[in-house]
Design a protein around this ligand. Structure first.
Ligand SMILES: *Cc1c(COP(=O)(O)O)cnc(C)c1O
Length: 402
């Protein structure tokens, strides 16, 4: 079968809830992927940062194969010999006190919504069903009904109501707005350290530090969604480290499995998690031994193979090189670590066209919204490989794509 045959099958038989680039991949290794015709591409999306460790990392693969031959799923009705070890290693690495494992990122978000509401009623003394959670404009926290209910992106929420009440939306990056929005019923403030899906939006310096202080003063739980920014992407293990703060609840997912398996987790630095009692929350696959074994190795290679340091160094180089590209089509270049974006001018011809032109030159990346191209390769990328990418990016940006 050729690429077009696979595309036809998908278009005919699948729901059209995505608009992928028309490249049909069947192999990956490190930062590289190959299509069914054998063409090679550099992956500058890394599955939305789920493949930080690079495609098919041999050590993670080894663990997956090994564990799959021993034990895959017990359910949490019984215990397994991997879960406790993942807890221990995650807590040591992230300086957390408690962990709750789930599968997808959205489930981790749902988990914290439940936990902070319950904490609000049981610990803070908020009247029944009055708990408020403050979130930010242009947030992205996943796709469940509760989550899209507090999205400000029309495509994400239009037609899916009615939605869950109890969420208040404030501008991102505005600490005064947070202060003003807090009431005695506020249980939590949830934000992304950098808004990924919104187009790599970096808040003003000091924002998270101020948010941390405001939450502490008002007995409000600070939740940082690090599902995309976490696990080395921004050049630190967690993006909160750039601001020298610790959230009360931190969400991780995506790269927690290095792209091998859906694994997410809620990390708790405060005793919020203790309000959840047996029977109140769970997931059949959450915390299964296969997921835990994979996550343990995915974390191990991230640290042992210096991927976080590499993300910081290569990210600085990538950003400064992108910033030097001279073309009237660029409005802004921004990023932290290997989470980078080029925002095009409104009349440049649309980010999608640039992504297609880059694909034709062997580089895969994806537009976010109309005019922003995100570059987020696996964290194992080298300087020579970034130079290779820059040659293509510069050529495409300079030529324009109208
Ligand atoms: C991807 C993402 C999610 C959702 O994760 P899924 O695994 O797709 O459910 C939530 N928050 C952020 C910041 C993300 O980038």
């Amino acid at each position: 079968m050729k690429s077009q045959d696979y595309i036809n099958l998908e278009d005919e038989l699948g729901a059209h809830n995505y608009k992928p680039l028309d490249v049909v991949l069947n192999r990956g290794e490190g930062i590289w992927v190959w299509d069914v015709e054998g063409n090679k591409y550099m992956d500058c999306l890394a599955a939305y940062s789920a493949v930080n460790q690079g495609h098919c990392h041999p050590k993670i693969m080894g663990t997956m194969i090994e564990q799959a031959q021993i034990l895959t799923l017990t359910s949490r009705a019984f215990r397994n010999d991997q879960l406790g070890l993942l807890y221990k290693e995650l807590c040591e690495l992230t300086n957390s006190h408690k962990v709750l494992p789930m599968n997808s990122g959205a489930e981790a978000v749902e988990t914290v919504i439940k936990a902070v509401r319950k904490w609000g009623y049981q610990v803070k003394g908020v009247p029944k069903d009055k708990a408020e959670i403050i979130v930010c404009e242009n947030n992205f926290h996943g796709r469940t009904i509760a989550i899209v209910g507090f999205s400000t992106d029309e495509a994400s929420r239009d037609g899916f109501g009615p939605f869950s009440p109890g969420f208040k939306i404030i501008p991102y990056g505005d600490a005064d707005a947070l202060k003003a929005a807090i009431t005695p019923n506020t249980v939590a403030f949830m934000a992304e350290p950098i808004q990924g899906e919104a187009g790599v939006i970096i808040p003003p310096a000091g924002y998270l530090k101020k948010a941390r202080a405001i939450c502490t003063e008002n007995d409000v739980v600070l939740i940082l969604d690090e599902i995309q920014t976490g696990l080395g992407r921004t050049g630190k293990l967690l993006a909160e480290e750039h601001d020298g703060i610790e959230a009360d609840l931190t969400l991780i997912g995506k790269a927690l499995s290095g792209g091998f398996y859906p694994v997410s987790a809620v990390l708790s630095n405060r005793e919020v998690m203790d309000v959840l009692r047996p029977g109140e929350h769970g997931s059949t696959f959450g915390g299964n031994p296969l997921a835990c074994a994979i996550a343990r190795t995915a974390l191990k290679v991230l640290v042992e193979e210096n991927m976080i340091e590499n993300a910081a160094a290569m990210g600085d180089y990538f950003l400064s090189s992108l910033s030097q590209i001279q073309t009237p089509h660029i409005k802004d270049v921004r990023g932290k670590g290997l989470m980078l974006a080029v925002e095009l001018t409104p009349d440049a011809g649309g980010a999608r066209n640039y992504c297609e032109a880059l694909m034709a030159r062997g580089l895969l990346c994806k537009e976010t919204h109309e005019n922003t191209i995100r570059f987020a390769p696996p964290l194992v990328i080298t300087k020579d490989e970034i130079d290779w990418a820059l040659d293509r990016i510069e050529a495409v940006l300079k030529s324009g794509q109208k």
